[in-house]
Design a protein. Sequence first.
Length: 119
Amino acid sequence: MTDRQYSTVSKVISYQVLTIIVMTIGFALTGGRSEALSAVLGGAAAFIPNLYFALRVYKSVGQEARKIVRSFYAGESGKLLLTAALFFMIFQLPNIHILPLLTVYIAALSVFWFALLMR
């Protein structure tokens, strides 16, 4: 991965973390500990699979095209399975608030769209 690509990926990851932190603090201040926990779990359900995908793709850089494509497909499949597993585990916890969970999840995912607009 070139420095520019790495820089873009690291910026997106950093903005995702920043979005999760800021929104979790907001939910903590307005809704308390239980809503903050739900918010951070929603952020984690977005961030962890995206980090997995980024690392998986990063490891394939410099390889032949077939291996890179295979890595993308495997990374995306793993990302979807990891997301489903995380949500399954999250919904096993008591006192989860859906609004903060999904709000932060969607906000963390939307960082990618804003990054595309800013390019």
